[in-house]
Design a protein. Structure first.
Lengths: 400, 252
C-alpha cells in the first residue's frame, strides 16, 4: 500500500517538475553562496573569489586572535581610534576595516544599540577606553537597555528571564572564522524553498481521490477507512522529510566537501554577540535543520487535513502557498505587541533560525516565560497533532 | 446470507434522495432500474457503507453494517459508476493496489489478479498503463477489481456502460453466474441488461421503489392493468411506470 501511495506522488508530472526545480534552486544556492565570496589580498592588491577567498578569509581571521578577550578588544579599539580616520569613508575602510574584516563588524555591532538597524562604524571611534573596552559589560548593557525600553513592553518575568539567559552564555567568546558555518546555515535555511515543493506534492494526496471519484471505490475496501488514510499520511510525511533532508544534506555535503566544517565549534555569538543561547555554530545549523523539518512535517499534516476535508487540490494548494507567502506581506506589528507575537510564528519567520536566535521574543504564561524557539516547536507540534487527528475523519466522511 | 434494508432513508438538507426503502436480499441478482436521479447510486453507496444513512438501517445477517466495519467491507465488491483510475498504473498494478486495500495476501492477489484479468479478456493488456485503455477496457478492469476478494455482496453501478454489445453479453453471463451464490445488486438504466439477468427487479423513481418483483410478476401486474397488450417487454413496463416517457432511458 505504501509503495502504491508513493507511486501516486511520483507519477504526477507537476510533482516531478516541482521536485526538480526545488533541487535546482538548492544547486544554484550552493554555487552562489560559495562563488560570491570575495577577499582582499593585500600582497597582490587584488580580490580573490570563491573557495580561495573563503580560505584566505579563514587564515586572516584565525590569525587575529583565538579568544575575544577584553584585552584584545581594548588593544584593537585603541589602534583603531589612534588612526583618527572616519570609518565610514573609503580611507577608513581600506586602512582599518579591511585589515580586521569580520571581527571589526562583530565588535562594532556589539557597541550599537539593538534597535538600530544601521551599523555606524564610527561607533568604535567614540567608545570610552579609559578603563578598558568593557566588551562583555557592554553586551549585557545593550540587552538590558533593549529590555527596559518602554516601547518593548517586557514584563518583569521576561526581563529577568532574558537577562539570566544572556548572562549564562560562556565568555570570553572563542574567535575564529565562521564564514563556512554561515554558508552551511544559509544552505540549511534555503530548505524553506523546498517546502513549496512539498506543498505542491502533498496538497492533492486526499483531494485527488475525491476529484477523480476513486474515493468511492477505495472507501468500500477492507482497509479503505482505516489503513489507507494512515498509509497516505505516513507516505506524505516520509516524502516531505526525505525530500527536504536529501535536498539540504546534499547541498550542505557539497559545501562541506569543498570547504570543510571549520568553525563548527565556535559559539553562535560570533553571528551576533547578544544571542542569549549557549550553543555552537554547528548546533545552531542542526537546530535550524530540525526546525525546518518540524515545520515542513507540520505543514504537510495540516495540508493533508485540508486535502481530506476540502476535496479540492487547488484550494488545498492555495492554502499552503498562502501560509508560506502571505505573511511576507503582512506587517510585523508593534514591537512586542500581540500581532508581533503571532506573526513571528508564521513559517517564513520561524524558519529563519538565525533571526530567531537573536530575537528577544518571549511568550509570558503567568509567571512562566516561554522563549521564542520553544514556542515555535510547541505551536508546530500542536498543529501537527491536531491535523493528524482530523485527517482520517475528513477522508472517511468525504462522500457524505 | 441475508441483507436487509430497513426503512433506509437519505436526505440532503431538504431533498430526499432515498425514501424509506425496505427489502430483504438473499443470494441472487437484483436489478435496480430507474432514470438518472432516481436514487440508485445513493442507495448503492449506502449499502456499500460510504454514505451515511439519514435514518433506517442496513443489516447483514442481523448485524448493522456500520458496526461490522472491516468485517462487512471484506465481503464487499463494488464497481462505482464513474471512478478515477490511476492513469500511470498498469492494469496489474491497479489490481494489486486494490488487493492490498482489500487485505489480500500478496501471492494470492497476484494469482487472482491474473485470473480475473484473463476472465475479463485483458490478459494481453495487464502490463499496459491504464491511460492507454478505452472506456470499455477500463470498465472491464473495474469489474475485475470488484471480484478480487471473491465478494459475497457484489454491487455494480452501471457495469455495462461503455461496453460493446459482445462484451455486454459476456458480462451478463458472468453476472448471472456470480449471482448463484452471492448477492449481486446491479443498477442500470439499460432495460435489456436487467431483463436478461435479474432475478428480482426494483423499479426506482424519486428515491422510492415504485414496483418490485420477478420479471414474471411485473409482467402479470402490467397485463392486469393494460389488458390488451400481449407483447409484453420490460421497456413497456418501464414506460408504463415512468411518467409518460418524460424520464430519460435507453432502449437497448
Amino acid at each position: 500500500m505504501i509503495w502504491f501511495e508513493l507511486k501516486k506522488i511520483f507519477e504526477r508530472k507537476l510533482n516531478l517538475a516541482a521536485m526538480a526545480v526545488g533541487y535546482a534552486v538548492m544547486a544554484v544556492c550552493v554555487y552562489a553562496f560559495i562563488s560570491h565570496a570575495t577577499f582582499y589580498d593585500a600582497k597582490t592588491d587584488s580580490y580573490a573569489e570563491g573557495i580561495k577567498a573563503i580560505r584566505m578569509g579563514q587564515e586572516s581571521q584565525n590569525a587575529l586572535t583565538d579568544v575575544v578577550s577584553e584585552q584584545y578588544i581594548t588593544d584593537m579599539l585603541k589602534k583603531i581610534q589612534s588612526s583618527g580616520l572616519d570609518l565610514e569613508s573609503d580611507e577608513g575602510y581600506s586602512e582599518v576595516i579591511r585589515h580586521y574584516g569580520d571581527i571589526f563588524y562583530f565588535v562594532a555591532r556589539n557597541y550599537t544599540d539593538m534597535k538600530e538597524s544601521y551599523l555606524d562604524n564610527n561607533v568604535l571611534m567614540e567608545t570610552d577606553l579609559s578603563s578598558g573596552a568593557h566588551f562583555y559589560e557592554q553586551r549585557m548593557k545593550k540587552v538590558e537597555d533593549f529590555l527596559n525600553d518602554p516601547s518593548a513592553d517586557f514584563n518583569a518575568a521576561e526581563k529577568e528571564y532574558w537577562m539570566k539567559k544572556a548572562g549564562k552564555v560562556k565568555i570570553p567568546f572563542r574567535w575564529g572564522d565562521i564564514t563556512v558555518m554561515d554558508i552551511i546555515r544559509e544552505l540549511v535555511s534555503v530548505g524553506f524553498y523546498l517546502v513549496f515543493v512539498i506543498i505542491i506534492c502533498v496538497s492533492s494526496v486526499f483531494s485527488s481521490e475525491n476529484e477523480s471519484g476513486a474515493a468511492s471505490l477505495l472507501l468500500t475496501t477492507k482497509y479503505g477507512k482505516s489503513r489507507l488514510a494512515a498509509a497516505k499520511t505516513v507516505v506524505s510525511v516520509l516524502f516531505s522529510a526525505v525530500y527536504l533532508s536529501v535536498g539540504i544534506l546534499l547541498s550542505v555535503g557539497v559545501a562541506a566537501v569543498l570547504l570543510g566544517f571549520s568553525g563548527a565549534d565556535l559559539p553562535v555569538q560570533l553571528w551576533n554577540s547578544v544571542i542569549p543561547y549557549q550553543m555552537t555554530a554547528a548546533q545552531a545549523c542542526i537546530c535550524t535543520f530540525a526546525v525546518i523539518l518540524l515545520i515542513s512535517i507540520s505543514i504537510t499534516l495540516f495540508l493533508l487535513m485540508c486535502s481530506a476535508h476540502i476535496h479540492s487540490s487547488l484550494t488545498a494548494l492555495a492554502i499552503g502557498m498562502a501560509l508560506m507567502v502571505a505573511p511576507v506581506f503582512l506587517p510585523n506589528g508593534k514591537s512586542n505587541g500581540i500581532w508581533y507575537h503571532i506573526s513571528a510564528l508564521f513559517p517564513v519567520r520561524a524558519m529563519n533560525f538565525k533571526d530567531v536566535l537573536k530575537t528577544f521574543l518571549s511568550y509570558p504564561a503567568g509567571s512562566h516565560v516561554i522563549s521564542y524557539p520553544v514556542m515555535i516547536v510547541a505551536v508546530y507540534v500542536l498543529v501537527a497533532v491536531v491535523s493528524l487527528l482530523f485527517i482520517k475523519r475528513g477522508f472517511v466522511k468525504s462522500m457524505n | 446470507m441475508e441483507l436487509v434494508l430497513d426503512r433506509v432513508t437519505k436526505h440532503y438538507k431538504n431533498k430526499i434522495a432515498v425514501d424509506r426503502l425496505s427489502a430483504v436480499l438473499k443470494p441472487g441478482v437484483y436489478g435496480l432500474l430507474g432514470a438518472n436521479g432516481a436514487g440508485k447510486t445513493t442507495l448503492m453507496r449506502m449499502i456499500c457503507g460510504i454514505l451515511e444513512i439519514s435514518s433506517g438501517e442496513i443489516r447483514l445477517d442481523g448485524e448493522e453494517i456500520g458496526e461490522m466495519g472491516e468485517n462487512y467491507r471484506e465481503l464487499l465488491g463494488y464497481l462505482p459508476q464513474d471512478f478515477g483510475y490511476y492513469p500511470n498504473f498498469t492494469a496489474m498494478e491497479f489490481m494489486l493496489y486494490i488487493s492490498s486495500l482489500k487485505g489480500l495476501d500478496k501471492k494470492y492477489a497476484k494469482k487472482q489478479s491474473m485470473l480475473l484479468l484473463k476472465k475479463v479478456g485483458m490478459e494481453q493488456e495487464m502490463r499496459h498503463k491504464i491511460k492507454t485503455f478505452s472506456g470499455g477496457m477500463r470498465q472491464r478492469l473495474g469489474i475485475a477489481q470488484a471480484l478480487l476478494n471473491d465478494p459475497k455482496i457484489l454491487i455494480l453501478d452501471e457495469p455495462t456502460a461503455g461496453l460493446d454489445p459482445k462484451e455486454r453479453v459476456r458480462f451478463r453471463n458472468m453476472i448471472a453466474d456470480l449471482g448463484k451464490e452471492r448477492i449481486v445488486i446491479l443498477s442500470t438504466h439499460i432495460v435489456s441488461d436487467i431483463e436478461e439477468i435479474a432475478d428480482w427487479i426494483f423499479l426506482m423513481k424519486q428515491g422510492q421503489f415504485l414496483a418490485q418483483g420477478t420479471l414474471e410478476e411485473l409482467k402479470e401486474h402490467y397485463l392486469e392493468v393494460v389488458k390488451n397488450d400481449e407483447a409484453f417487454n420490460l421497456e413497456k413496463l418501464y414506460l408504463f411506470y415512468f411518467a409518460e416517457g418524460e424520464e430519460e432511458y435507453d432502449m437497448v
